[in-house]
Design a protein around this ligand. Structure first.
Ligand code: SF4
Length: 119
């Protein structure tokens, strides 16, 4: 049993830093703006966000996550989204985002190798 399983207080799932000079750093958030995942835990993994691929000065492919608000859109929704995608993380291989088009964190279900979905 984890500590989060022994409380009904869900305050640990998000917060908004209204004093941040970069607020709002991502556009389009209509619910509580969750700053908890300011550095997205999915940056090195497969994710459903609308990132663009850039190449840095060392020749490394990286995600530009400027247009993504999935880790920020609602405290509970973004918390659940990150937990679900970190459950069985798959390393990102540098590909462009062509697999997902979602606009809300609760819409994206990870595709699993053992999935029975055919898409
Ligand atoms: S595109 Fe969105 S979900 Fe994916 S790594 Fe970037 S911020 Fe995280």
């Amino acid at each position: 049993m984890e500590p989060k399983d022994s409380t009904i207080n869900e305050a640990f799932k998000g917060f908004t830093n209204d004093a941040c000079p970069f607020m709002p750093c991502h556009q389009g958030v209509k619910r509580e703006f969750n700053c908890l995942f300011c550095y997205c835990p999915l940056i090195a993994y497969e994710c459903p966000g609308p990132y663009r691929v850039i190449t840095d000065r060392h020749g490394m492919k990286r995600k530009d996550c400027s247009p993504c608000n999935l880790p920020h859109n609602g405290y509970l929704q973004s918390w659940s989204f990150i937990q679900k995608w970190l459950e069985r993380p798959i390393l990102w291989d540098g590909h462009e985002q062509t697999r997902y088009t979602v606009s809300l964190p609760e819409e994206a279900e990870p595709r699993r190798a053992d999935s029975t979905r055919s898409d």
